[in-house]
Each structure stands twice: as structure tokens, then as C-alpha cells.
Design a protein around this ligand. Sequence first.
Ligand code: DGJ
Length: 735
Amino acid sequence: MGIIYHQNSQELHLFNNQLSYIIKVQSNGELTNLYYGKRIHDKEDFSYLQPGDTRPLTVYQTKDSPHHSLQHVRREYPDYGRGDFRTPAYVIRQENGSRVTAFSYESHEIYRGKKPLEGLPATYTRNEEDADTLEICLRDPVTEAVILLSYTVFCSLPVITRHVQIMNQGTQKLVLERALSASIDLPDSEYEMVYLTGAWARERHIRVRKPDHGISSIGSMRGASSAEYNPFFALKRPSANEDSGEVYGFCFIYSGNHLEQVEVDTEQSSRISIGIHPDTFEWPLNPQETFVTPEAVFVYTDQGLNAMSQTFHRLFKEHLMQSSWTDRERPVLINNWEATEMDFTEQKILEIAGTAKELGIELIVLDDGWFGGREDDTTGLGDWFVTNFDKLPDGIEGLSDKITALGLQFGLWFEPEMVNPGTKLYREHPDWILCPAERTPSPSRNQYVLDFSRKDVVDYIYGLMERVLSQAHISYVKWDMNRYITECYSIGTAADSQGKTFHKYILGVYSLYEKLTRRFPDILFESCASGGARFDPGILYYAPQAWTSDDTDAIERIKIQYGTSLVYPVSSMGAHVSEVPNLQTGRSTPLKTRADVAMFGAFGYELDITAMSREEKDAVREQIAFVKEHRRLLQHGTFYRLKSPFQENASAWMMVSPNRKEAIVGYYNLLGTPNCRFDRLYLRGLNPDNAYHINSSAETYYGDELMHAGIPIPHTGVCESNVDFSSFIFYLSVV
Ligand code: DGJ
């Protein structure tokens, strides 16, 4: 059991062999945190870790208890208004307008395993032995509201997950103005904050800043987790790097508006807050109702950023994603979008499919433009059936028959949450969009957002999608979402419940994913949001891969995939070889480099393969054969970042097999440097005693040699290795 309760000291110690997390119930029932970090021995009493000195000008809980100053202790789920002036985790407005509450410990329960979070994506255990859970019950005597704090500690991963339930067990109507999922106070602020920011076509670039007095926060109020700020950050010691040093990683299993924040107070302690963004949230809680927050994940390691990432990758693959595809090798696909956009015919798709089959591709995806009156992006969304029989004479069903007859799998694009004017759906249900009736909705990409906070809207879309998916042979679905949410108002919902709309919207998205993935458990779902604007752990629960970015330029993709790997496994990153000059950047990179980058992902092509030269086709055939031969390793090995494109003019990463007998390294030059130095690459994760062949060389190299002496980057001519955009793949094997 990874949780010990010490009755005399009223301390609870959560631990596994890598971490300890110690909570104390104070004599007045307040919950404080005594320690979170590397595993330490258990003992009865750690209360010396609690600041107990009297301080000038401090608010105390009672006259005689200087150690009960809420301002100076490290709190587990802090309120505001009784002496702790830092950011609160929750605010409950009462009928008399008061926001003061005083929750104190009532009881706790410890059990094996973990319970699901109703309606929300969350980590799960496969066996009870995987994790232990602590639930602490707090009660406010005035409102009679109850807060249930849940902590799960995983046994073989340095992970604690947290979420909160707030229950109204009193008689008055309460309003939650803020209900975060987790808060924790760390005793110092000697950290750097590492986080992922960007925009369309440059998602999840790594940035680092030093949190100082005041608040450093990231988040989204766009209705999606967003390309701008991913729901993740890490606090690392300044000396920590990829391979060593203390790192605390935090992520939020949620796809809507979110907030992640570090507040450093003037005594240098750091308060971390994670949860639904309070600025777009208000949740009335009637008597007997309960609000459940989404789940926050805490990772602790003293082995650097690579270890943090590997922990997230394992946690997501073993305890979050629930698709039957999670651990499977992903089909090599061709997507028609960059080749044809919406201007295709059945004949063109079948030509692409024919060539795809010859080259060894396994799945063809028909992207946007197959439904309703969709010829451009001004109409069609919402009418999920074929009306243009000039384009698709036998509909989706007929096309899927022809494609499967070629021996290929077939995939289809949807954008379920959106509607265009001019569609049957919009004509019949103009009130199904998010927007107050008396206002004009703001268009984005000529489309409006359907009110997924309403069950009837979700059910209608489910009906249309279910029909297409059950009538045709469909093995893959790309679920797109191409605009952020504005005018977030649900027609027909009571005025005092409008603050629920953003959260209920995303619950509606989850419910549609849940219904479709249950109905079609063998379909591989890939999520997408104008590229990677909703690449988050919440969506990964349903869809085991996501379109990483609309930016398919190989050099840009190195940064995007490198940043994404901080949190998300390689198997979850959709990565395609596209044409040059690249549509997003205008850059031309070699076909080899494009494939060498994309093969570290859910691999595919997105260009007109029918227009390729014979040489190009031969090269593609070889690339596909290589990926298929090493697909298990490339998609499901242990991933290490070796060289950062954010710091150097080159980048490298590698995958190592579980038995450490095989590895694949990708090395990429960004821009060339004249008369460059002879670079060495230091590998990671190998068995020091194994003798490895590199790319079938006769000579062997020990693992320790490759990790500590490094491998020279090949130079076949004067600095040829340093040509712009060149790449090398090293395959290591122990025979
Ligand atoms: C945005 C996606 O990211 C693209 O891959 C493509 O599916 C388009 N939408 C289609 O409209």
C-alpha cells in the first residue's frame, strides 16, 4: 500500500519508490502539505517541517495559535478570505453574498485502485495493485458543503493524480465561482518554468522563464485547450537538464478553458494552481448536487526532463488512452488534403489509392469536402451525408467498397462541432449555435460553433455520424475543430446557468467521443483542431493520436514534434511527408529529411503521390518498408531528446526498444554553418555492455562508448553533413 496514515500525528504519507507526498491535518482541521519530492523514509511525525514562528502583522486563526497562520503554511486546497492572501483554489458564493468558507477535515478513506470520473476523461488503473487512492473529506459547518479531495499515487510511476468533488449537502443554493483541480505550495522558488506555447502552424514550442514575485500563468479562454498554451508546465531546478536534476511536471486532463499558474510570494514560496479557467466559469450548485473537477497530473523526478516525459508517455499509454489502438502499430496512411483540398473526384481519390497500394501504404483518408454542398469552406458543415453525386457517384459507401477492394483501409474526415450557414442543419436549427439570440455570431472560417452543451444537439450529430460509419467500411476517423469559441451562450439555458456553458460544451464533446468510440471500438480516431490546437491529454483519452500541426515543413516539424514530446508519446503525433515547396513555409527540404522527421510519429503522406517521378516513388517505397520494419520501435519505444532545435542549429532524438537491443536515432541539420566543427552525438538509454552495430556495420560499438564518447556525425565531404536540412538515421542493433 502506497499510503500510510499516522494517527497520532495526523499525517498521511503517499509514496512509491521515487516520490513522497506528505499531508498533515492540523489540530484545527486545516490541511497542509509538509513535503513533496524525492522518496524519503516514512516516520510518525514530520511536523517540524511546518513553519511555526510568530510573524509580524500576520492574521492568525485564533489568538493563541501562531502556527495557524494560513499565510505561511503550505496548503492543500486553499480558500481566500481568512488570512491566506495568495491565489485560492476555490470560491463559493452563498445566498447572502458571502464568499467566506472554512472547510476542515472530517474523515478520510484509503483504498486500492482508482475510481472513474463520471463523464470526464481521467487516468485509470488496469489492476487494483497499479495505484492507491486517498480521499479526504472536508466540511464547512455553515454551508454544510463538502469537499472531497482525491489523490491517487501510482505504484510504478512517479505520478500523483488529483481531482476534487464539491458537494452541496446543505439547503441553500451555492455558486462555484472557481473550482480548481489542484493546488500545491512548494517551499522555495528556485525553479525555471518550462511550458509549450505557439499559434497555428507553430504549436508547442518550448519556452523557459523564471517565475519571480507575483504570478506567472498560462491558460486558455478560447473554448479549446489551444495552440497558444498547452495545459502543461514543468518546474525544473535551474541546473536540471534532459538527463539529470529535479523536475516537477504538471498537466491537466482537459480540453476546454484551463489555467496553470505559479505564484511566488515575497517569502519565495511557490503556489501552483491547475484547473478550469475561473474567468469563464460559474457553476450554480443546488442542494444535493455535486461538481466534479477534471483531473490534474503531478510527475516528480530527479532524473531530468527526459525522465519526466517518459513518465507522461507511459502514464498516458498505460493508464489514460482507452482506445484499442493505443499500443498497436499505426497504419501508414495517405491523406488527400494537401494534394487536392476539396477539389477532388472519386476518380482522383481512386488514382491516389491505386498508387498508394503500389507503394505499400495501408490506409487512405478522405479529408474535408465529401459532404453536403461543400465545395469551399463557406458551407456544408453539419450536413454529414453526400449530396454531390457528381463528385462521389456512389456515395461514401460505394467509395469505401472500391477502396477496400484494392486492399486498402479507408478513413474519413468530420468536423462534428461546427455548422455553416446555408446547410440543412442551420436552416432547421438556427438556435443550435452558441450565441445569444439578439446578437450576431462572429464567424471564423465562415462557420459557427454548435451548442454541444445541449444533449439534443450532440445526439443529432451522433445520429448522422453513426449512419455514415455503420454503412461504409471505415477504419479511421479524423475529427477536426477549426475555430475557437466566441459568444459562448446557450439559447434555452437559464440566465444563471450560462457560466456553465464552456464546461458543458466540452462535456458534450467528450460524450460524443464516448458514444462513438464505444459503438465503433475498432475505428482509429485521430483528433485535429486546425492542426494541433486541441492536442491535450483529455482528447487522448478517446483518440490515441492527434494531427500535430498543419505545418508539415520538416524543419518546423522538428521543433513542433520536439516540443510536443515533452508531454505526449511519439505514437500520438500524426506526422506526414508533404510536398515541396512546403505549403505553409515555402521551404524546400529533401524527401529523405521529410520522411526522417515524420517516421518519429504516426507516419503518413499528404501530397499527390500520383504526380511523383519514378525515383521519388522508389524512395517512398523504401521509406515505407523501413517504417514498417521498425514501426514497433519507432512508435512504441522509449523516447529520448538528445539535441534541442531551440538551442542549436541541429537536432536529434532517439527511440530505444524495451530490451535495449535496438535503437533508432534521428539527427537533423537545421541551417548549415560554413567550416563547421566535427560534432559528436551522445546517445542515451542503451545497455552499456551491449555491442551495437550501426546501420548494419561490421564493426560494433559498446553502449557505454556510444553514450559517453558519442558518435561522430558523418562527414562525407567538406562539411557535407552540415548542408541545410540534411538528416541521418542510425539504426542500432545487437545481433
Ligand atoms: C484543418 C486540418 O488541420 C487540416 O489537416 C485539414 O483537415 C483541414 N482542416 C480541412 O478543412
